[in-house]
Design a protein around this ligand. Structure first.
Ligand SMILES: *[C@@H]1O[C@H](CO)[C@@H](O)[C@H](O)[C@H]1NC(C)=O
Ligand SMILES: *[C@@H]1O[C@H](CO)[C@@H](O)[C@H](O)[C@H]1NC(C)=O
Ligand SMILES: *[C@@H]1O[C@H](CO)[C@@H](O)[C@H](O)[C@H]1NC(C)=O
Ligand SMILES: *[C@@H]1O[C@H](CO)[C@@H](O)[C@H](O)[C@H]1NC(C)=O
Ligand SMILES: *[C@@H]1O[C@H](CO)[C@@H](O)[C@H](O)[C@H]1NC(C)=O
Ligand SMILES: *[C@@H]1O[C@H](CO)[C@@H](O)[C@H](O)[C@H]1NC(C)=O
Ligand SMILES: *[C@@H]1O[C@H](CO)[C@@H](O)[C@H](O)[C@H]1NC(C)=O
Ligand SMILES: CC(=O)N[C@H]1CO[C@H](CO)[C@@H](O)[C@@H]1O
Length: 535
């Protein structure tokens, strides 16, 4: 038995291994996942992983935020109503989009203003005229952002680099561009128009992709000294152009900075790592798209990749299933987004939904073209036919019922109950005899009624159908019939049975093949008649 125990040890170990592997499938090999204790909201802003709240920007210990995605959640003070707002270093974050791989942040608006007191040009302090994301996973979105300059005698430069030459102090970078905004004519205001940013009082220029750093410079040769009575300030900022509409008041008043609270929104594209999806996928220890129903996309703005839930799924692709991660969307519960007209039948399935047209309807229910294939006229016709059929069936049933009732009445009237007790006579049902009461089975007729030929239980029989009313009623009839059936004589046609269910009861006799009485009486050479002589 000791040997038996020893044999069990590896089995138990194998089983333990299997259980552990099932519980922790990627134990030790997976990219770390955030703790469920992590704060996921700061003020009104959601902070989904890979972003997370950390105590200081350098505290990216991976528990709540992925490396490089730590935000601080700062109390912005009594003046702000004690609200909390998330910051990336000292840049305020107003929103994070996992699906687009973007973050929305706020950026100081740089100004260049004539000071009537000092009679000189003032500008934003030199240290506030740049924004530096070198060494982070963030890049200025070249699709959404535009370098925007406002002024009536203004030339502003933008300088930038992609972060790779940030350390050598060469802030001039590889990229440099500028924008000129002018107002010509005697009255500067006459040339301006709302909504138009095309050089007159306003100028916008696109930026190249991959930028992680930029700084702004105003050319001092273009200044508002001469026109300060009308327009004293110039502004320059890299901002989300979809959020910007030029107003003429921006050049003549502080309306621009007031409108945006001194900070314009801009969009950062972010990405994971500095490798493509194909390379990253081969390193399960660091690959970030851990949800089963997620896809990887190479960043369109610089190196790295982002993860997205597969089509028909929603959630966080950077978190592991099944508690978190990408979940199937129940499209049928969101009819506003996933159309299925009331001509269709919505059915959710993993990664999508089906919406076939209702039974016998044709078309595309998702496109709303489901129509009743069965026209109204056809419906009316079918309805009418069905209605008539039902009426016919009901009528038939009523008649059948009446017939049955009548049969029962006749049965009683014709002494059926008495006949039933007699053993010498058979009671037939109308159905048993009905098939014989036809013209081609008629073998004789007279004042008493008609006689038909029939076959019952393999015996030839003669069925007598008296004329209605010619038969005596009830008990007397029954007794006569019983007596008649008991008489057994070779010269008396034997009565086998009767059918009392009809008004004039049918009588069933043995079949005699010698012809009718008339035939017998009027033929000379007759056996039947000669036998009579001996009676
Ligand atoms: C936010 O708070 C942290 C400490 O709590 C501080 O180091 C940091 O400078 C603050 N950031 C901003 C933008 O106020
Ligand atoms: C991610 O998926 C959403 C919804 O399917 C889609 O709107 C979005 O464009 C996708 N993002 C990328 C980068 O493909
Ligand atoms: C002009 O400059 C003076 C002195 O530097 C300063 O006190 C004042 O606030 C400035 N005015 C404006 C409108 O910036
Ligand atoms: C532009 O719109 C502002 C209000 O938004 C208005 O005060 C101003 O007069 C408008 N300018 C022109 C030229 O219509
Ligand atoms: C403003 O521009 C004029 C001419 O362009 C120049 O002479 C003057 O020095 C400039 N003023 C400042 C403060 O730079
Ligand atoms: C600006 O306005 C003041 C008075 O309002 C006037 O004395 C001055 O000449 C004006 N300057 C210019 C450059 O128009
Ligand atoms: C990519 O990132 C890793 C670590 O994050 C770094 O060691 C490596 O030098 C980077 N490669 C490039 C080409 O930037
Ligand atoms: C000034 C302005 O237009 N701000 C808008 C920028 O866009 C966000 C969201 O898209 C709006 O909430 C702001 O009102």
């Amino acid at each position: 038995s000791d040997l038996l125990w020893l044999g069990a040890v590896p089995v138990v170990l194998l089983w333990l291994g299997a259980v552990l592997a099932a519980r922790f499938p990627l134990l030790g090999a997976a990219s770390p996942q955030p703790s469920s204790q992590c704060q996921r909201k700061c003020g009104s802003v959601d902070i989904p992983y890979p972003f997370g709240i950390v105590h200081s920007p350098d505290d990216d210990d991976g528990h709540c935020a992925m490396n490089g995605f730590g935000l601080t959640c700062n109390d912005t003070g009594i003046d702000d109503g004690g609200r909390h707002r998330p910051f990336y270093d000292d840049v305020e974050v107003v929103g994070v989009s996992l699906q687009q791989g973007q973050a929305r942040m706020l950026n100081d608006i740089f100004y260049y203003c004539y000071n009537t007191t000092t009679r000189e040009m003032d500008s934003s302090g030199s240290s506030f005229r740049w924004l530096d994301f070198a060494g982070t996973p963030f890049r200025f979105s070249d699709i959404t952002n535009k370098f925007t300059v406002i002024g009536c005698e203004t030339l502003a430069y933008i300088n930038g680099h992609d972060g790779r030459n940030g350390d050598d102090g060469d802030y001039g970078g590889k990229y440099m561009s500028g924008c000129v905004a002018m107002c010509r004519g005697d009255d500067v205001r006459s040339t301006l128009s709302n909504g138009s940013c095309s050089g007159i009082g306003c100028c916008q220029t696109a930026i190249p992709g991959g930028l992680q750093y930029y700084h702004v410079e105003f050319d001092s040769a273009f200044n508002t000294t001469e026109i300060h009575n009308v327009s004293s300030c110039s502004y320059a900022v890299l901002m989300d152009s979809s959020n910007f509409t030029f107003s003429t008041t921006y050049v003549t008043s502080p309306a621009f900075t007031n409108n945006y609270g001194g900070q314009a929104p801009f969009v950062m594209d972010w990405s994971i790592g500095n490798e493509t999806c194909d390379v990253a996928r081969k390193k399960p220890g660091s690959y970030a798209c851990v949800s089963d129903n997620s896809d990887c996309f190479n960043s369109l703005n610089g190196p790295g990749y982002i993860c997205n839930c597969s089509k028909g799924f929603d959630g966080n692709p950077y978190l592991r299933d099944p508690e978190h991660g990408c979940k199937d969307i129940d499209e049928c519960k969101l009819p506003q987004l996933y159309h299925c007209t009331n001509g269709g039948v919505c059915r959710n399935r993993l990664g999508g939904y089906d919406c076939p047209c209702k039974f016998r309807w044709k078309g595309d229910a998702k496109a709303g073209t489901c129509i009743d294939h069965f026209p109204l006229a056809a419906k009316v016709v079918v309805g009418t036919i069905v209605g008539i059929l039902i009426m016919v069936i009901i009528t038939f049933l009523v008649i059948l019922h009446k017939e049955k009732k009548k049969m029962a009445e006749f049965f009683k009237k014709n002494g059926g109950p008495t006949l039933e007790k007699a053993t010498s006579i058979k009671i037939f049902k109308t159905e048993d005899l009905k098939s014989f009461l036809k013209k081609n089975k008629l073998i004789g007729s007279g004042s008493f009624g008609k006689v038909y030929k029939g076959l019952l239980e393999n015996k030839l029989v003669a069925i007598k159908k008296p004329i209605n009313g010619s038969v005596r009623e009830n008990e007397q009839f029954a007794n006569e019939v019983i007596i008649q059936s008991q008489v057994i004589h070779k010269n008396i046609v034997r009565l086998i049975g009767c059918c009392p269910e009809v008004e004039a009861p049918l009588l069933v006799y043995e079949f005699i093949s010698q012809g009718s009485l008339h035939d017998i009486l009027h033929s000379n050479n007759n056996k039947v008649l000669s036998t009579w002589m001996h009676v």
